[in-house]
Design a protein around this ligand. Structure first.
Ligand code: 13P
Ligand code: SF4
Length: 303
Protein backbone atom coordinates (compact mmCIF):
# COMPACT_ATOMS: atom_id res chain seq x y z
CA UNK A 1 0.00 0.00 0.00
CA UNK A 2 1.26 3.51 -0.75
CA UNK A 3 1.30 6.14 2.00
CA UNK A 4 -1.59 7.85 0.23
CA UNK A 5 -3.67 4.66 0.38
CA UNK A 6 -2.81 4.16 4.06
CA UNK A 7 -3.83 7.74 4.85
CA UNK A 8 -7.12 7.23 2.98
CA UNK A 9 -7.90 4.11 5.03
CA UNK A 10 -6.92 5.87 8.27
CA UNK A 11 -9.30 8.70 7.37
CA UNK A 12 -12.17 6.28 6.63
CA UNK A 13 -11.66 4.47 9.94
CA UNK A 14 -11.25 7.70 11.87
CA UNK A 15 -14.71 8.73 10.68
CA UNK A 16 -16.18 5.28 11.28
CA UNK A 17 -14.96 5.14 14.89
CA UNK A 18 -15.32 8.86 15.58
CA UNK A 19 -11.66 8.76 16.60
CA UNK A 20 -9.29 11.61 17.31
CA UNK A 21 -5.60 11.17 16.47
CA UNK A 22 -3.18 12.95 18.82
CA UNK A 23 0.54 13.07 18.02
CA UNK A 24 3.61 14.26 19.87
CA UNK A 25 5.98 16.71 18.18
CA UNK A 26 8.68 13.99 17.99
CA UNK A 27 6.85 11.36 15.91
CA UNK A 28 7.73 10.98 12.25
CA UNK A 29 6.41 13.61 9.82
CA UNK A 30 3.90 11.36 8.03
CA UNK A 31 2.24 10.53 11.33
CA UNK A 32 2.18 14.17 12.44
CA UNK A 33 0.50 15.03 9.13
CA UNK A 34 -2.33 12.54 9.64
CA UNK A 35 -3.03 13.69 13.23
CA UNK A 36 -5.91 15.92 14.30
CA UNK A 37 -3.62 17.63 16.77
CA UNK A 38 0.16 17.72 17.25
CA UNK A 39 1.66 19.09 20.43
CA UNK A 40 3.89 18.83 23.47
CA UNK A 41 3.07 16.73 26.54
CA UNK A 42 1.12 19.50 28.26
CA UNK A 43 -0.89 20.44 25.17
CA UNK A 44 -1.71 16.79 24.49
CA UNK A 45 -2.88 16.27 28.09
CA UNK A 46 -5.15 19.30 27.80
CA UNK A 47 -6.55 17.99 24.49
CA UNK A 48 -7.17 14.53 25.95
CA UNK A 49 -8.95 16.03 28.97
CA UNK A 50 -11.22 18.09 26.71
CA UNK A 51 -12.05 15.50 24.06
CA UNK A 52 -15.49 13.93 23.75
CA UNK A 53 -14.18 11.39 21.23
CA UNK A 54 -14.89 7.75 22.11
CA UNK A 55 -11.55 6.70 20.60
CA UNK A 56 -8.16 8.42 20.96
CA UNK A 57 -5.26 7.10 18.90
CA UNK A 58 -2.22 8.33 20.77
CA UNK A 59 0.88 8.66 18.59
CA UNK A 60 3.63 8.99 21.15
CA UNK A 61 5.07 6.87 23.94
CA UNK A 62 3.25 4.84 26.57
CA UNK A 63 3.32 7.33 29.47
CA UNK A 64 1.61 9.87 27.20
CA UNK A 65 -1.12 7.41 26.23
CA UNK A 66 -1.56 6.51 29.90
CA UNK A 67 -1.90 10.18 30.79
CA UNK A 68 -4.57 10.55 28.11
CA UNK A 69 -6.41 7.57 29.61
CA UNK A 70 -6.24 9.11 33.09
CA UNK A 71 -7.80 12.30 31.77
CA UNK A 72 -10.29 10.63 29.41
CA UNK A 73 -11.13 7.39 31.25
CA UNK A 74 -14.32 6.81 29.28
CA UNK A 75 -12.51 6.93 25.93
CA UNK A 76 -10.71 3.98 24.40
CA UNK A 77 -7.08 5.16 24.21
CA UNK A 78 -5.02 3.24 21.66
CA UNK A 79 -1.22 3.16 21.55
CA UNK A 80 -0.35 2.02 18.00
CA UNK A 81 2.90 0.37 19.04
CA UNK A 82 2.79 -1.19 22.46
CA UNK A 83 6.59 -1.32 22.81
CA UNK A 84 6.92 2.48 22.42
CA UNK A 85 8.00 3.24 25.96
CA UNK A 86 10.11 5.95 27.57
CA UNK A 87 13.32 4.68 29.18
CA UNK A 88 13.35 7.65 31.55
CA UNK A 89 9.82 6.90 32.78
CA UNK A 90 10.91 3.31 33.43
CA UNK A 91 13.81 4.47 35.63
CA UNK A 92 11.49 5.41 38.52
CA UNK A 93 9.35 2.68 40.08
CA UNK A 94 6.45 3.10 42.50
CA UNK A 95 8.51 1.20 45.10
CA UNK A 96 11.41 3.64 44.71
CA UNK A 97 9.03 6.56 45.29
CA UNK A 98 7.53 4.86 48.36
CA UNK A 99 11.05 4.37 49.78
CA UNK A 100 11.85 8.04 49.18
CA UNK A 101 8.61 9.01 50.94
CA UNK A 102 9.82 7.19 54.03
CA UNK A 103 13.09 9.12 53.90
CA UNK A 104 11.36 12.47 53.25
CA UNK A 105 7.92 12.21 54.89
CA UNK A 106 7.26 15.96 54.83
CA UNK A 107 8.42 16.64 51.29
CA UNK A 108 6.21 17.53 48.33
CA UNK A 109 6.77 14.98 45.56
CA UNK A 110 6.78 16.48 42.08
CA UNK A 111 6.76 14.06 39.16
CA UNK A 112 7.51 14.95 35.58
CA UNK A 113 4.68 13.51 33.43
CA UNK A 114 7.31 11.18 31.98
CA UNK A 115 6.39 8.60 34.63
CA UNK A 116 4.18 5.53 34.71
CA UNK A 117 0.64 5.74 36.11
CA UNK A 118 1.84 3.63 39.07
CA UNK A 119 4.39 6.33 39.93
CA UNK A 120 1.89 9.15 39.42
CA UNK A 121 -0.32 7.41 41.99
CA UNK A 122 2.46 7.94 44.57
CA UNK A 123 3.18 11.66 44.05
CA UNK A 124 1.57 14.97 44.95
CA UNK A 125 1.70 16.91 41.71
CA UNK A 126 2.90 16.47 38.15
CA UNK A 127 4.64 18.87 35.79
CA UNK A 128 5.75 18.91 32.19
CA UNK A 129 8.77 20.64 30.74
CA UNK A 130 6.45 23.50 29.75
CA UNK A 131 5.28 24.29 33.27
CA UNK A 132 7.90 22.79 35.64
CA UNK A 133 9.05 26.17 36.99
CA UNK A 134 5.49 27.34 37.53
CA UNK A 135 4.55 24.14 39.37
CA UNK A 136 7.64 24.20 41.61
CA UNK A 137 7.07 27.91 42.31
CA UNK A 138 3.55 27.12 43.50
CA UNK A 139 4.98 25.08 46.40
CA UNK A 140 5.63 27.07 49.61
CA UNK A 141 9.31 28.09 50.00
CA UNK A 142 9.72 26.26 53.29
CA UNK A 143 8.66 22.90 51.84
CA UNK A 144 11.21 20.28 50.92
CA UNK A 145 10.72 19.03 47.35
CA UNK A 146 11.57 15.66 45.83
CA UNK A 147 11.66 15.94 42.02
CA UNK A 148 11.54 12.86 39.79
CA UNK A 149 12.56 11.16 37.60
CA UNK A 150 14.59 13.63 35.48
CA UNK A 151 17.72 14.93 37.20
CA UNK A 152 18.31 17.28 34.25
CA UNK A 153 14.89 18.93 34.13
CA UNK A 154 15.07 19.11 37.94
CA UNK A 155 18.59 20.57 37.81
CA UNK A 156 17.53 23.20 35.30
CA UNK A 157 14.52 24.18 37.41
CA UNK A 158 16.73 24.39 40.53
CA UNK A 159 19.17 26.67 38.75
CA UNK A 160 16.52 28.93 37.21
CA UNK A 161 14.51 29.28 40.42
CA UNK A 162 17.52 29.24 42.72
CA UNK A 163 15.75 26.63 44.81
CA UNK A 164 17.12 23.40 46.22
CA UNK A 165 15.33 20.13 45.49
CA UNK A 166 16.14 16.46 46.04
CA UNK A 167 16.62 14.98 42.58
CA UNK A 168 15.92 11.41 41.54
CA UNK A 169 18.83 10.23 39.35
CA UNK A 170 16.83 9.47 36.17
CA UNK A 171 17.50 10.95 32.74
CA UNK A 172 16.38 10.82 29.13
CA UNK A 173 19.02 8.87 27.19
CA UNK A 174 18.34 10.96 24.07
CA UNK A 175 18.96 14.33 25.77
CA UNK A 176 21.42 13.24 28.47
CA UNK A 177 24.02 12.35 25.88
CA UNK A 178 24.04 15.82 24.31
CA UNK A 179 27.39 17.41 25.13
CA UNK A 180 28.51 21.03 25.48
CA UNK A 181 31.04 20.44 22.66
CA UNK A 182 28.17 19.85 20.21
CA UNK A 183 26.78 23.32 20.96
CA UNK A 184 30.23 24.90 20.84
CA UNK A 185 30.82 23.40 17.39
CA UNK A 186 27.51 24.88 16.16
CA UNK A 187 28.43 28.32 17.57
CA UNK A 188 31.62 28.30 15.52
CA UNK A 189 29.88 27.14 12.36
CA UNK A 190 26.76 29.33 12.69
CA UNK A 191 27.75 32.30 14.88
CA UNK A 192 24.50 34.18 14.30
CA UNK A 193 22.08 31.30 14.85
CA UNK A 194 20.36 31.00 18.23
CA UNK A 195 20.56 27.55 19.83
CA UNK A 196 17.41 26.16 21.43
CA UNK A 197 17.56 23.00 23.54
CA UNK A 198 15.18 20.95 25.66
CA UNK A 199 15.43 21.20 29.48
CA UNK A 200 16.00 17.43 29.59
CA UNK A 201 19.57 18.35 28.54
CA UNK A 202 22.17 18.58 31.32
CA UNK A 203 22.67 21.96 33.02
CA UNK A 204 26.10 22.37 31.35
CA UNK A 205 24.34 22.15 27.99
CA UNK A 206 21.38 24.44 28.72
CA UNK A 207 23.91 26.98 30.08
CA UNK A 208 25.37 27.30 26.57
CA UNK A 209 22.01 27.59 24.78
CA UNK A 210 19.97 30.71 24.07
CA UNK A 211 16.85 29.01 25.40
CA UNK A 212 15.83 25.70 27.02
CA UNK A 213 12.18 25.06 26.22
CA UNK A 214 9.53 22.37 25.93
CA UNK A 215 8.82 21.30 22.36
CA UNK A 216 5.75 23.57 22.35
CA UNK A 217 7.89 26.41 23.72
CA UNK A 218 10.41 25.88 20.92
CA UNK A 219 7.71 26.17 18.26
CA UNK A 220 6.65 29.50 19.78
CA UNK A 221 10.23 30.76 20.19
CA UNK A 222 11.05 29.96 16.57
CA UNK A 223 7.93 31.69 15.26
CA UNK A 224 8.78 34.85 17.18
CA UNK A 225 12.53 34.85 16.50
CA UNK A 226 13.83 37.17 13.77
CA UNK A 227 16.69 34.69 13.13
CA UNK A 228 16.74 32.95 9.74
CA UNK A 229 18.80 29.99 10.94
CA UNK A 230 18.12 28.23 14.26
CA UNK A 231 19.97 25.32 15.85
CA UNK A 232 17.65 22.70 17.36
CA UNK A 233 18.92 20.71 20.34
CA UNK A 234 16.20 18.15 20.84
CA UNK A 235 14.73 15.03 19.24
CA UNK A 236 14.92 15.72 15.52
CA UNK A 237 11.28 14.75 14.75
CA UNK A 238 10.30 18.29 15.75
CA UNK A 239 12.13 19.68 12.73
CA UNK A 240 9.31 18.45 10.46
CA UNK A 241 6.79 20.73 12.14
CA UNK A 242 9.25 23.59 12.50
CA UNK A 243 9.90 23.54 8.73
CA UNK A 244 6.22 23.18 7.89
CA UNK A 245 5.22 26.15 10.03
CA UNK A 246 8.25 28.32 9.19
CA UNK A 247 9.10 27.71 5.53
CA UNK A 248 11.27 30.84 5.40
CA UNK A 249 13.61 29.62 8.18
CA UNK A 250 16.37 27.05 8.25
CA UNK A 251 16.59 24.50 11.08
CA UNK A 252 19.81 22.73 11.84
CA UNK A 253 19.94 19.72 14.14
CA UNK A 254 22.89 19.19 16.45
CA UNK A 255 25.40 16.68 15.11
CA UNK A 256 24.74 13.86 15.64
CA UNK A 257 21.01 14.57 15.54
CA UNK A 258 19.28 13.45 18.79
CA UNK A 259 16.80 10.64 18.14
CA UNK A 260 14.31 8.83 20.38
CA UNK A 261 13.89 5.36 18.90
CA UNK A 262 10.64 4.84 20.79
CA UNK A 263 8.95 7.83 19.17
CA UNK A 264 10.01 6.49 15.77
CA UNK A 265 8.14 3.24 16.36
CA UNK A 266 4.84 4.94 15.53
CA UNK A 267 4.39 4.63 11.77
CA UNK A 268 1.48 5.18 9.37
CA UNK A 269 1.14 1.38 9.14
CA UNK A 270 0.89 1.04 12.92
CA UNK A 271 -1.70 3.83 13.13
CA UNK A 272 -3.79 2.06 10.48
CA UNK A 273 -3.47 -1.31 12.22
CA UNK A 274 -4.39 0.32 15.49
CA UNK A 275 -7.66 1.65 14.02
CA UNK A 276 -8.40 -1.58 12.16
CA UNK A 277 -7.92 -3.82 15.19
CA UNK A 278 -8.58 -1.34 18.02
CA UNK A 279 -5.09 -2.07 19.30
CA UNK A 280 -3.58 -1.59 21.79
CA UNK A 281 -5.96 -0.11 24.36
CA UNK A 282 -4.47 1.38 27.51
CA UNK A 283 -6.02 -0.55 30.35
CA UNK A 284 -5.60 0.65 33.91
CA UNK A 285 -7.44 -0.51 37.03
CA UNK A 286 -10.10 1.99 38.15
CA UNK A 287 -8.48 2.39 41.58
CA UNK A 288 -5.17 3.30 39.92
CA UNK A 289 -6.90 5.79 37.62
CA UNK A 290 -8.49 7.50 40.62
CA UNK A 291 -5.14 7.96 42.37
CA UNK A 292 -2.92 8.65 39.37
CA UNK A 293 -5.15 11.32 37.84
CA UNK A 294 -5.02 13.52 40.96
CA UNK A 295 -1.47 14.89 40.49
CA UNK A 296 -2.23 15.65 36.83
CA UNK A 297 -5.46 17.41 37.71
CA UNK A 298 -3.59 19.43 40.37
CA UNK A 299 -1.07 20.41 37.70
CA UNK A 300 -3.78 21.46 35.23
CA UNK A 301 -5.51 23.51 37.96
CA UNK A 302 -2.46 25.76 38.41
CA UNK A 303 -2.93 28.64 36.01
P1 13P B 1 7.65 18.00 25.74
O1 13P B 1 6.66 17.99 26.83
O2 13P B 1 8.53 19.21 25.74
O3 13P B 1 6.98 17.82 24.41
O4 13P B 1 8.66 16.80 25.95
C1 13P B 1 8.29 15.47 26.06
C2 13P B 1 9.44 14.57 26.00
O5 13P B 1 9.33 13.38 26.13
C3 13P B 1 10.72 15.15 25.80
O6 13P B 1 11.67 14.17 25.67
FE1 SF4 C 1 11.44 9.55 26.89
FE2 SF4 C 1 13.53 10.94 26.09
FE3 SF4 C 1 12.07 9.65 24.29
FE4 SF4 C 1 11.12 11.85 25.53
S1 SF4 C 1 12.85 11.74 24.12
S2 SF4 C 1 10.04 9.94 25.20
S3 SF4 C 1 12.01 11.58 27.57
S4 SF4 C 1 13.30 8.74 25.95
Amino acid sequence: MTNQEIVKRINDLRIKHNAVILAHNYVIGEVQDVADFVGDSLELSIKAAATQAPVIVFCGVSFMAETAKLLAPDSTVLLPEVSAGCPMADMASAEAVQALRKEHPDAVFVAYVNTTAAVKAEVDICCTSANAEKIVSSIPEDKEIVFLPDQNLGGNVMKNLNRKMILFPGYCPTHHRIEPAQLEAMRVKYPNAPIVVHPECPVEVTALADAALSTGGMLKYVKESPARQIIIGTESGIIHRLRKENPDKEFIALAPAPRCMNMKKITLESVLKSLEEMQTPVELPQALIERAKLPIERMLAIK
